[in-house]
Write a protein that binds this ligand. Sequence first.
Ligand code: PMT
Length: 340
Amino acid sequence: ACLVGSEMCIRDRHTIARLALGLADDMLTTLALATRAPILVAPAMNPAMWTHPATQAHVQMLQARGVEFIDPTYGVMACGDEGWGKIADTPTMIEVVERRLKRTQELAGIHVLVTAGPTYEPIDPVRFIGNRSSGKMGYAVAQAAAERGAEVTLISGPTALDPPAGVKCIRVQTAEQMLQAVQEHFEACDVFISVAAVADYRPERVYPLKRKRSQRAWTLRLVPNPDILGTVAPRKGHRLVVGFAAETGKAIEYAREKLQRKGLDLIAVNDVLEPQSGFEVDTTRLTLLYADGRVEPLPLLPKRIAAHRLMDAVVERLHILAGKSGVPDRSHLPDSLKSP
Ligand code: PMT
């Protein structure tokens, strides 16, 4: 039994390493490279091997590419060691796989409104005040909602991205235009997710013609833009309202303050000074803060996967909302969301 156990340990470790490195020297690893299907891995190995930095580095590489792990559970191994290394039980594995497959239609009948990208606040016809948002995070959120069957309206600031398939995209330039578009679509939505990096200030005066260069200093007077999320959140009613927070230090503290001040159900915070997280890049490390005080840190993930983790949280909150008494009629929701 010990020999069999050891062989399994080694095989599982090797498989994870080969998957991480993209080696394709047997049927399993060849299929894993070739498939476009989601990949789930349920490892079993000696606890010291599982927690070894070499194994965990490969696990993180795979997670960053979207592979999901059904983590081993605690118990006594075939070799006699005790710890986190036993393969997850079959019902757990089936549940995880089912949840993964169910994602396809679980938001059918739900209208999700998403804002994404920056806003550009014009100074003159050629210059503007903006920020580094590429729109990648917001577009990934819109795509994740659409992949789960939601009807999605994406209100996007200027970006170089194509809208995800099946998503209605409304393009705007300025914060005031974004506010107007959000107000037009907020009434009809069930979930509002505000990912846009809205410029907090705009030039007080917009020059009708290109302002000529000179050697003299130029002072621009800025006036505050409307807070889009802060404007619509007080009218949320039965809706689920989710914010994002881009912070540069004390991220959790500041995000919690925004969550409370704006009356949100959930806020996803990212420290944009952290490498490979935040603006422009393809990955992000989000922490989800819930209105009930719960804190859920996510690992560094591709924005596509982080968006799905956020949608998992949205689905969970919708279940809770649908189960609360006194909530307005939600009979239009699919059966899966009518009760907790
Ligand atoms: O677009 P990417 O390059 O992929 O980058 C992703 C991102 C860093 C932009 C994204 O992950 C993110 O953090 N988005 C929120 C950016 C932001 O403006 O954060 P904030 O902390 O300043 O604002 C808090 C919330 O209020 C946000 O939901 C924001 O959309 C909203 N807001 C802010 C200002 C304003 N005038 N109106 C708003 O609605």
